[in-house]
Write a protein that binds this ligand. Sequence first.
Ligand code: AKG
Length: 318
Amino acid sequence: MPLPSPTADLDRAEVDLLTHGYCIVADALSEAEVASLRGRLVEQAAAERRAGLAYEFGELSRDAGGENFTIPVAAEVDIPKHQFIGVLINKGTVFRDLVSHPVSDRTATALLGADWVLSAYDGSIVRPDGPQQALHTDQWWMPRPQARNQRQRPPGDVRRGEFHGTDIGPEDKLIAPAVSCTVGWTLTEFTAENGATRVVPGSHLSGEEPDPAQDYDNEAVCVEAPEGAMIMWDARTWHGMGKNRTEQDRIAINTVYNAPMARTQINWQVALLPDIREEASPELLARLGYMAWGGYYGRVGAADGDIARAQDVIGELA
Ligand SMILES: O=C(O)CCC(=O)C(=O)O
């Protein structure tokens, strides 16, 4: 099978995702949608910088557990080389509308099932000379299959950076399924020169994390895509942002989707601004995990299909 290239054929995109661990859908966004998403994102990014609230990515520590993935930009830096603009759900109607985009919905549903929830939602501006990220997966926390006579690694003890280079086994070795995936919405073209995402095709089926000490230059390919594309990668796929060697910004939005049993990166019940919560459609609230899934008893929103509402909360009764 040839490696993925931009396509408008959603069936092919699905096969690419399952086979190679990533896919590229061209023209997923119209020119007008790109312009309004990019305009709002750039405006928000500038305002966060002025307010001293800008974040950029930090080095992924090589010591298991030493995660330091986003850091506030030091006060003396005028413009960070890479800027994350987090929790976009609160930062514009255009971002809220994107959550239910039919192309990402269809492709995420093919991988995770129809009840996926939004896990994280960030803007990402890689500026000239913006650095290359170490390859990583977005599902490093997933408990791995184990031999039945083995004592289990307590799942809550797993830390980013574990599980690399230890036991890649035979073809029929059991591996964990994907329970998460990420979309990169390209608001500018992605090229090898401007820091297109690097991925190792097929790595989603390795059952391993990449070794942080290696750069994988021989295995990784750049996911080149036109403006307005939807790139999706399986969370097990080894990937990372490339270095921007051009004079222009590489601008994207990253939306992370989880299967409904996996805890989301962002606690939306805390993060969602109250006025946005009030206005949000039941469909959006369901994607933000306000709907019970697989619940058992009659507690708040415990029945499948119920959206948890403040008025459903029962306190101490006498
Ligand atoms: O934006 C990209 O190219 C990849 C981003 C990424 O992998 C991350 O932020 O963890």
